[in-house]
Design a binder for this molecule. Structure first.
Ligand code: BG6
Ligand code: MG
Length: 223
């Protein structure tokens, strides 16, 4: 029997829109204020990772893990978030990444369920600004889960809410932690990014413009 895809579950930041860039800019500014070197290579390790865990990784990277109290760390994370919130204020429906509007439309027409699995507490605000809430049959964000990616919980929760078996789900991610979460949920992992960063994905595209249902289905059925 040929395998079928019943649902697509998307990550938000860096897949639907380029908020991964805004997270990068906001963390970079904070890190530099703390005297910690910060570049795009290190930033790869923060993609898909929760706000507090990201801060912990930055502090550890700068040998400052023990420098701040819990309250001070919360204040630092809040500062980054205020900056990030300013950056996302300029998002409009024109800020969908290339090919995303077409893919969402295509999936809807085919009757394939669509879910969102985002580690961000700002996910709803971003979706609202993009005006794409209507496409999603479920949205699971940081508020609904206990464990961050690479734990599979967020993808498992989305599949459960969609009423679809994991083996019929495709997850789309730009983060290493996200690809691990999809694989741990026993789903087919589509990675957006370099072959190096997305090495554990089942199917890789360099850009969202190359996300195409037919090509993904072919790779899914061959696996
Ligand atoms: C993920 C991003 O989607 O959300 C991470 O990839 C970010 O970079 C995380 O840290 C948490 O986001 P927020 O908006 O809750 O700080
Ligand atoms: Mg992402």
């Amino acid at each position: 029997m040929t395998k079928k895809i019943s649902a697509f579950i998307f990550d938000l930041d860096g897949v639907i829109t380029d908020t991964a860039e805004y997270h990068y800019l906001a963390w970079k500014q904070l890190a530099e204020e703390l005297g910690i070197f910060f570049d795009r290579e290190f930033n790869e390790q923060l993609k898909g990772v929760s706000r507090m865990e990201s801060l912990e990784r930055i502090l550890a990277f700068g040998n400052q893990a023990e420098r701040y109290t819990k309250e001070e760390k919360e204040a630092l994370a809040a500062k980054k978030n205020e900056h990030y919130k300013q950056l996302i204020e300029k998002i409009t429906p024109n800020d969908l990444l290339p090919g995303i509007a077409e893919l969402l439309e295509d999936l809807k027409k085919r009757g394939i369920k669509i879910g969102l699995a985002s580690a961000s507490k700002n996910a709803f605000a971003v979706i609202e600004r993009l005006q794409i809430g209507g496409y999603f049959d479920t949205i699971v964000d940081a508020a609904n889960i206990q464990h961050s990616k690479p734990h599979p919980e967020i993808f498992l929760t989305a599949a459960q809410q969609l009423g679809v078996p994991c083996v019929e789900c495709v997850g789309v991610e730009d983060a290493e932690a996200g690809i691990q979460a999809i694989k741990a949920a026993n789903m087919f992992a589509v990675g957006v990014g370099t072959k190096e960063a997305m090495k554990d994905a089942d199917y890789i595209v360099e850009s969202t413009a190359d996300l195409n249902y037919e090509s993904i289905l072919k790779a899914f059925q061959q696996k």
